[in-house]
Design a protein around this ligand. Structure first.
Ligand SMILES: Nc1nc2c(ncn2[C@@H]2O[C@H](COP(=O)(O)OP(=O)(O)O)[C@@H](O)[C@H]2O)c(=O)[nH]1
Ligand SMILES: [Mg+2]
Length: 376
């Protein structure tokens, strides 16, 4: 396969001149089954980075150079990866810092993971033997470890350990699928957003632990304050959007609950019905309300058109709901009134409804509004 290692550069003169010969002379000869190439994605660095790259290009013929305007790391990667795929016909792309912080000896391990079937492979500094520089001041270590942990926790995806790093390998398909969504992330948040979108779309993610070493030459371009703001904003909004459906589901269920509760109280208090029968009557109304609001709102993407499908699903919804309503919810009320007494019937209703909630969401997702892709 054709591999392109993208090295984004902004004022990396000296660093790039050190890294490229290591890649060419020590690493690439170890890789026999792939065609290895380098793309330097520079943003018109004023320090002469490009001149250094041009010198190296005379010696090594597998280097390409893509120069653009400085808009940030994410923008440089989007431009560079597009160039690697369109112009260089890359199958696999690497993201790698040009400052020597990413140990190039790990490249074969990334490739092995890709060969094993992973779509995107992430360099991992936080577990399985990976590490951040031991000589970093404690404040920087805390920032790095806790920042990453915070991202993992908010996104609730704990099986990926390093969300913020920039040492990665990916199949071109991953980028082609996500490219259109990455425009809003021209700076370092690009790394979190790209990985998150790949995870959401079900791409298989692998990890390779590595020791992140310190820069020896030049300065970091990492914009800390801006990054904290943008990264937090991304993860919080992304998580709310992921939970949107669940929140809608709760609102619809809440309305159903109110309908059920009013009918129950009215029939018991004013008409002296048995709480169990009154609950069944209330539930019939609540189920109708839940079905219609979920259909037009919560799961509207999965709603099929046509009256026949509407009615078939309504019947299916009543049948699947009735198991929960009769056995779980009404069953709890029935047991409560018989074992403890009728006085506390509303408490049995609350407890029974709690059990019902768990049962319902599982049923809705698996039977009524399951994802279209799962039906294939
Ligand atoms: N082309 C380009 N490269 C950048 C930009 N910002 C950072 N880089 C490069 O991206 C890599 C990582 O940046 P660095 O400053 O080392 O960030 P740090 O490792 O988080 O401190 C380095 O190779 C930088 O030269 C940018 O705006 N444009
Ligand atoms: Mg760096």
């Amino acid at each position: 396969m054709k591999i392109v290692i993208i090295l984004p550069t902004y004022n990396e003169k000296g660093n790039i001149g050190e890294l490229i010969p290591i890649l060419e002379e020590e690493i690439f000869p170890m890789i026999k089954n792939h065609e290895m190439n380098i793309l330097v994605a520079d943003d018109s660095s004023p320090d002469g980075t490009v001149d250094e790259v041009r010198e190296l290009m005379k010696k090594y013929k597998n280097i390409d150079l893509n120069i653009g305007v400085k808009k940030g790391l994410g923008a440089a990667y989007i431009r560079g990866i597009t160039y690697a795929i369109d112009k260089m016909k890359a199958d696999i792309i690497f993201e790698m810092d040009a400052d020597g912080q990413h140990d190039p000896k790990k490249i074969p391990e990334f490739l092995k993971k890709i060969e094993e079937g992973y779509d995107m492979v992430i360099g991992n500094r936080y577990s399985d033997g990976g590490s951040i520089p031991p000589n970093w001041p404690i404040k920087r270590k805390i920032f790095s470890v806790f920042g990453n942990l915070l991202v993992r926790s908010i996104l609730m995806r704990f099986n990926i350990h390093d969300w913020t790093g920039g040492y990665r390998a990916l199949k071109k398909e991953v980028f082609l699928k996500e490219k259109s969504k990455l425009g809003p992330f021209p700076s370092y948040t690009f790394q979190i957003a790209f990985l998150h979108k790949a995870v959401q779309d079900g791409f298989k993610i692998g990890e390779v632990p590595f020791h992140f070493t310190d820069r020896t030459l030049g300065k970091s371009k990492f914009p800390a304050v801006e990054y904290i703001y943008n990264a937090l904003k991304y993860v919080v909004i992304a998580r709310i959007l992921e939970l949107k459906r669940f929140i809608k589901f709760l609102v619809v269920g809440g309305l159903g609950f109110v309908i059920n509760a009013i009918a129950l109280r009215l029939l018991v208090e004013s008409y002296n019905w048995h709480p169990a029968s009154a609950n069944l009557a209330g539930a019939v109304l609540a189920i109708f309300s839940n079905y219609n609001f979920n259909n037009i709102w919560t799961f509207k993407e999965e709603t099929s058109k046509g009256i026949l499908s509407y009615l078939t699903k309504l019947v299916g919804f009543y049948i699947s709901s009735s198991i929960g309503v009769v056995l779980i919810q009404t069953g709890t009320i029935y047991l409560g009134t018989h074992l403890i007494g009728r006085t506390y019937y509303f408490i049995y209703f609350l407890v029974g409804t709690g059990f019902l909630l768990i049962w319902n969401f599982t049923m809705y997702r698996k039977v009524i509004w399951r994802k279209k892709t799962q039906q294939l």
